[in-house]
Design a binder for this molecule. Sequence first.
Ligand SMILES: [Zn+2]
Length: 333
Amino acid sequence: MLPWLRDPDPSEDPEFREFMSAGDGRPVDEVFGERLRRRLRALVAPGNLKHGIAAGFEATGLNAAGALVQKQLRWPWARALNYHDVPPHRSGAFEDQLRYYARHFVSVGPAELAELNAGHWPHPKPGLLLTFDDGLRSHADVVAPLLEKYGFTGWFSVPIGFVETPAAEQQAFAREHRIDFDARDFPDGRIAMTWPDLRHLDGPHEICCHTYTHRRLGPRLGEPELALEIDVAKQRLEAGLGHPVRGFVWVGGEEWAYTRDAAERIRAAGFEFSFMTNNAVIRPHGELLQVQRTNVEAHFEPAFLHFCLSGFYDLFYLPKRRRVNRLTAARAA
Ligand SMILES: [Zn+2]
């Protein structure tokens, strides 16, 4: 074809290329492709995907339907939730969640957990076991008074080495040992509970061991580290409280943070229950050293919270839960 009859190729026009480029001279399709890839990656990032699904399920009534089906099919059951920091400026949001829990669940403390495990559940609603990890100051200052207002027992899991760190060094300790905190409401800088806080909570609530230094019990830990994080941590907590500590809470929750060595050590140390984070309801005659929890936080919007409680969320974790349960199960005698 004669050149002057052909449609001009805009990409050959420097002015057009300048107009369509990102300003750095790269062709528009390359820039557009990169933006699209970045958008898609953000959309399917695990967190966003879960939130997107949760919003869709909420809008279509599936969260409510799931909760109803779960309530009927799995009866009797309880769900354990785990929170981290609940800073004072989030107390209103946390109280909204407690109001919701009080309508739909009954509180599960150690006595109710034992009842349910024995197959005895005389309550009209499912149970809710509320755990708070990491020994944070907000648990004594914010969480416990609100739990008591709504009739819930709290399970507070404490890395005792954090509580025993001087206040001025606690924020550095927390950063080093991967404890999330928000110190903005505590101008004196102290972010961990104190021994008097623990003794005050002990009794109405349950204090559990959460290792000594908030360490993931991964495969690289040797005998001395496991002894410190499990046995010494338990003994230290018991010496301060004056009675046996019954519960252990695994740190982290990533699959690599569960090992057979640690599971055997937790069993041998005499813990009656241990908590993991692989999302499943608690049913009668279960393994109390493999109680699964679902992570929620005070800042979660209602749609995502309802999704976490609906039972659908548990399905995402089924393969991981099976693998971790096999790994940490008691060895046949
Ligand atoms: Zn923790």
